[in-house]
Design a protein around this ligand. Structure first.
Ligand code: SF4
Ligand code: SF4
Ligand code: FES
Length: 257
């Protein structure tokens, strides 16, 4: 057991301040355990959100020493023995109380995305897909909706462009639909316009913080941006499509995207 210093942001939407707590920390503890100990011994009214304590529900997101992290997956032994640990709510979203933020804007973005639209079945009644295409979208389905990527994306965090950009979490949801081998919707115009793909300048900060190690930028956002460029800015592709009467690129990599 060792004594550690925690600075925890306390307050609400009207403002707040950091309060310091000295806590006895046992071997094997994660930051969430320490916050629970503070809650039990020093600050019964400390508000924080958690559910699974296993890195799977996405509820315990906060900023720990300035980095967006899941508190249940942040081990105490990664910090130097004399290091003060500063814990604060996600900066990108409004604070409700202490470490709890209002992430409902994200739910609204989710609702704006048109749902999966499967193409008609083949003549024999089947829906055939190449394994390669299935594997590609499977990565995006690992998302636990922790919104750490949304928190760190400078377009939302520093430029407050949530009027024009849906954020990395929903870019990969759009990618999971746009790249789905059975989806028949033409999503490229709205990915460009309504969802703001052009605002992402591929800094990869979102990929760095994703606890599910989803390659958000390289596997999700960049392919979407490429499809937008092909559609709107590549003169050869535009003329080719016009001559051949092709409405859009095929969605499938296996079919020769
Ligand atoms: S890569 Fe794009 S979505 Fe990801 S953090 Fe950077 S600007 Fe935001
Ligand atoms: S993409 Fe990763 S960081 Fe973003 S919400 Fe999903 S799990 Fe969290
Ligand atoms: S409590 Fe579920 S991800 Fe941390």
């Amino acid at each position: 057991m060792s004594k550690r210093t925690f600075r925890v942001w306390r307050g609400d939407n009207n403002g707040g301040t950091f309060r310091t707590y000295e806590v006895e920390v046992d071997p094997g503890m994660v930051v969430l355990d320490v916050l629970h100990r503070i809650q039990a011994n020093d600050a019964n009214d400390l508000a924080l959100r958690w559910n699974c304590k296993a890195g799977k529900c996405g509820s315990c997101s906060m900023e720990i020493n300035g980095k967006p992290k899941l508190s249940c997956m942040t081990r105490m032994n990664i910090f130097a023995p004399d290091e003060t640990i500063t814990v604060q709510p996600l900066k990108t979203f409004p604070v409700i109380k202490d470490l709890v933020t209002d992430v409902s804007w994200n739910y609204e973005q989710n609702k704006r995305i048109p749902k999966f639209k499967p193409r008609p079945r083949e003549a024999d009644g089947t829906h055939r897909m190449y394994q390669e295409d299935v594997d590609r979208v499977q990565e995006f389905r690992k998302c636990i909706e922790c919104y750490l990527c949304q928190d760190t994306c400078h377009v939302l965090r520093d430029r407050s462009r949530n009027d024009a950009f849906v954020g990395p979490r929903f870019m990969i949801r759009l990618a999971s639909l746009e790249m789905h081998p059975l989806d028949d919707d033409d999503r490229i115009p709205e990915i460009r316009k309504e969802f703001g793909s052009g605002l992402c300048n591929i800094t990869r900060c979102c990929t760095e913080v994703c606890p599910e190690h989803i390659n958000i930028t390289d596997n999700g956002i960049i392919p979407l941006k490429e499809r937008v460029v092909d559609r709107y800015f590549d003169p050869v592709a535009i003329i080719g499509r016009k001559l051949l009467g092709i409405r859009r690129r095929t969605k499938s990599r296996a079919e020769g995207k």
